[in-house]
Design a protein around this ligand. Structure first.
Ligand SMILES: [Fe+2]
Ligand SMILES: [Fe+2]
Length: 252
């Protein structure tokens, strides 16, 4: 009788061991998570007095990522599924509307920050995250779309978004930095690229439609410089952001 454990037995054992070790570990949360609950404290802080180690490294509660993750791995293992569909459906609409590859790529990544880690100032965070890997026109457009969304452009049939009235109230006025960004962008050579994100930004996306990420593999291949060593293992100004997405509860 063969008593040798199979590969899947070994994988199960490794997973069990990882979870067991995790029980002796504390997963700390950054202040930002607590602020999101209106709670102004670090909570367990450095874990003093708990008798436990702090989690450093892979978080066994989250989907396992490959050693050298690609953009697609982050889409599949970290980004929120509903917001991922918003990105995919917006990109598909841009493609259907005959937009350029840069616009389709910008649509595919325009809310990557909301889908992946933070809502506030999402255009700025998203642009910074992808800046080292895409054409400057793509990241610029993503940064600026956050502001342009608030301002109509009748020349391309873009009204003030009706859902913004529901979301922010009829009397909401964008903050001065948003107005200033819009005014700077209005005469910029890439204005229309960013404006096309707004035009193809599908707010009432279909919850029953599932667009597969594979549909954009070739586009990503041509427009996103995947680092050989994997996102986060490379050495760019945003590598730390990818690492944090991968291991969001590292204690330091
Ligand atoms: Fe957005
Ligand atoms: Fe959007």
């Amino acid at each position: 009788m063969n008593t040798k454990p199979s590969l899947s037995d070994l994988a199960d054992q490794a997973e069990y061991q990882q979870l067991k070790e995790f029980e002796d570990c504390l997963a700390t949360k950054s202040l930002l998570f607590h602020l999101g609950d209106g709670y102004w404290s670090q909570d367990i802080g450095f874990g003093k007095g708990t008798g436990k180690r702090l989690l450093m490294g892979e978080d066994p509660r989250l989907p396992k990522m490959p050693d050298k993750p690609t953009l697609q791995d982050f889409f599949r293992c970290r980004f929120a599924p509903a917001q991922t569909q918003h990105l995919l459906q917006s990109a598909r609409l841009a493609k259907k509307n005959g937009m350029s590859e840069k616009v389709i790529m910008a649509c595919l990544l325009h809310d990557i920050s909301v889908a992946g880690f933070i809502r506030a100032d999402h255009g700025y965070w998203g642009a910074q995250l992808i800046e080292p890997y895409v054409d400057e026109e793509v990241s610029w457009s993503i940064r600026v779309h956050q502001s342009l969304r608030f301002f109509p452009d009748e020349s391309v049939g873009y009204p003030y978004p009706p859902n913004y009235i529901t979301m922010f109230g009829a009397d909401y006025k964008p903050e001065p930095y948003i107005v200033a960004e819009y005014e700077r962008a209005r005469n910029h050579k890439w204005y229309m690229t960013s404006r096309m994100i707004c035009v193809n930004d599908l707010y009432s996306f279909d919850p029953d439609l599932v667009v597969e990420l594979e549909e954009f593999d070739d586009l990503i291949g041509r427009n996103f410089r995947q680092p050989e060593e994997g996102l986060g293992n490379d050495n760019t100004p945003s590598s730390h952001m990818w690492r944090t997405l991968r291991q969001p509860c590292n204690a330091l």
